[in-house]
Design a protein around this ligand. Sequence first.
Ligand code: NAD
Length: 497
Amino acid sequence: MTQHVPLYIDGEFRQSQSLQWVDVTNPADNSVIAKLPCATEDEIEEAISSAYETFKSWKEVPVPERSRLMLNYQQLLKTHHDEIATLLSSETGKIFADAKGDVWRGIEVVEQAANIASLMMGETVENVAKEIDTYSIMQPLGVCSGITPFNFPAMIPLWMFPMAIAAGNTFVLKPSDQVPLTSIRLAELFEQAGAPKGVLQIVHGQREQVDYLLAHPKIRTISFVGSVPVARHIYQTGTHHLKRVQAFAGAKNHMVVMPDANKEQVINNLVGSSVGAAGQRCMAISVAVLVDGTKEWIPELKQAMAKIRPGSWDDENAGYGPLISQKAKDRVLRLIREGKDQGAVCELDGSHCEVEGYPDGNWVAPTLFSSVQTSMSVYQEEIFGPVLLCVEVDTLEEAIALVNANPYGNGTSIFTACGAAARKYQHEIEVGQVGINVPIPVPLPFFSFTGWRGSFYGDLHAYGKQAVRFYTETKTVTSRWFDDDIPTGPNLTIHLR
Ligand code: NAD
């Protein structure tokens, strides 16, 4: 029997009363694996009220106790690592080793959340005036919320609720409607780790449910990760309702290849970072900017890409899994067609891809284009598939200008043996995460995930110190204790120190 995905409200995993349900499918064969409810207004209201009431007691729980919850949680996540990864694979199609990486990247954030006491330390200056001290404290905000995408079902929810909750907030999560099962398992383990009832809530749904969260007066913050149009909608609507919003959006990530780079390293890194996870990573490299003579490397790049085949999540020889949906596959195939029609050279065409035993899966094999122009739709749109574009330029300056002219600024990398070229690139590039001989420079959780420009709307980013700032308010206290012999009397002017 097809399972019905539960909501998690007020500490209870329960069936929704909704009349509106959507199918959750296995992307390897498009069979229905679960039915997802679009939560009713009453259900969302109940989740928010419970989170709101729970906040009153949770914010008073001593910081070391909140840390200990995260220590227990990271341990449980590690114990259940394989099991979570298997579930995650079943709903995303991600190959098992990559699914384990998805979970691991989330665990690392929970480890960081366990360190919340030092992250929440304020500042003190003694004697700001005679016998007066000023100090700041960071306090939680209240009910925070998160809306997450399909492509990292463990990592991205774990970017959000552990940091928010460790900081003393409560949290309402709206997971991707395409991959809700991993979130439910994460919540079960959170409860098992000792999370009190009501600290975390999960509601499911689509635009209507998200819009309800965006407008709700009791919700203080919105953390969103997903596509560009939705990120814009979330940022505009959330800020219109005077909420603090961080919205992580789509990308087009370039790797600049200098002629002095190690060719084998370049090819291996280009293949892995462009087709890994079927290109469904917001930090995937989708454009190789080939400087000077490096376009001569295209035939070897093509050979290396052609060796990678997609397959089922439990096939150890598969390089990556299917695209998330038939709709996603249709978009990728349309862009491949348009690339050919608009004059790019299709060196390797993965449009017609079959995987034995899975005739109905959303498969696309590695695809490589050369002679791509920036005016082509294949360059202008985020493809989010296993497709690599090669753009050819003569100099590093041209490469920098090209990357900076692109509207997105999530990640980029340069491969070179020259420190001066790397330093110039790092300094001049208008992208938030830069790799030097590192293709996908996702920062570990003691830093923050810092996309720029069209890849991010907001100011404070995910995890690390910036997340603690996002999920807290700073209170600044100025304090004086009167000594008996200090003369008092009204002071009617600003005191000149
Ligand atoms: P999506 O925008 O379709 O969905 C994201 C979330 O928004 C889901 O929970 C979905 O249910 C909800 N949603 C969908 N349509 C909505 C609407 N009209 N109004 C309100 N909510 C809506 O994104 P996706 O396809 O799940 O994820 C892939 C996208 O996410 C890619 O563009 C990728 O680049 C981006 N992404 C960005 C980052 C980053 O850090 N910048 C990380 C991961 C993914």
